[in-house]
Write a new protein. Sequence first.
Length: 335
Amino acid sequence: MADYDYHGRLARLLWERQLTGPLTKANRMAAEPTATASTNLRQRYLRAEEFVIGLIGVALLRLSAADGLSAADRTRLADPLLQQLQEFMLQMDGRPFSDHGWEVLDARAGYGRWAASYDLASAALVAVEEPSVLTLLDNLPAGLVVDAACGTGRYAAHLAARGRDIVGVDIAAEMLAIAEARVPTGRFVVGDLCALPLATASVAGAVCGLALAHVSDLESVARELARVVRAGGRAVLSVPHPLVVALLDFKAAIPPSQADERRAYIRQHAHAVSDYLDAFVGAGWWELRRCVEPQISSTAAAALRPGFAEIMQIALVGLPAVLVLELERCPKAMV
């Protein structure tokens, strides 16, 4: 099971490294208006100032809507937030908002760059997501399991430790190199979620962790997983919850590995919960067995943004951070 304290420590290390890292000329300059197949520069990302102001606003809104709080308690909690907001706005008075420009990468280029530091950077979200997924993985039927978009192999390692036969597929060879070292008994191949390099009905189950938001055509993934998972098999899927993605402008942000490297994030799509359900259940290949929405705990809130821990507690605790689906492969034939 996930260790919240362990993941929290990792997240704090990353956050401190980002806060204390030098702001180089390369990071201060606006991005050049150029683009390639794997990268698109001069993209808009939530500015730090907007994040702080917005986070305080969310905290105030949640206080106003909270059940069981007296007027005195609301005032006691809201006054420090209002004071912080006023102080912040005074500090910003007369200064333009920063807009350094971020590099936007596709999944292949992004996860290739991110591979070495991914486990550290994703620790806070994984601490919320992992327990529910691990519980549902116990329901996978006997037989070969595909870890689709396996990344560094965290779920492949869990399943292999329980004696399961594993094949891991990922779009980034750099990620697979780490997974192979982590799970020497597994088989790992480069591949795309929309075109898995596996035979039809060749696996008993599938897991896909925190990857589907990078795919524009969800129905293609649903169809492809249905092709490789035999009838009666199961799939466990997790994605960052659409509410948190929208509320926090949540991105798969890659921390710079060196001082002069531009900040970057991996392109993703604003799918709604209904989009995931329509793609997988609506097409008739999958039947929903369970839907879980793990909430942001007090520990997780502090780990997600340690620099704003007190505000995060009020703004985010209790909101769903992740959407987890358990699906069963229906007998509907592929056409």
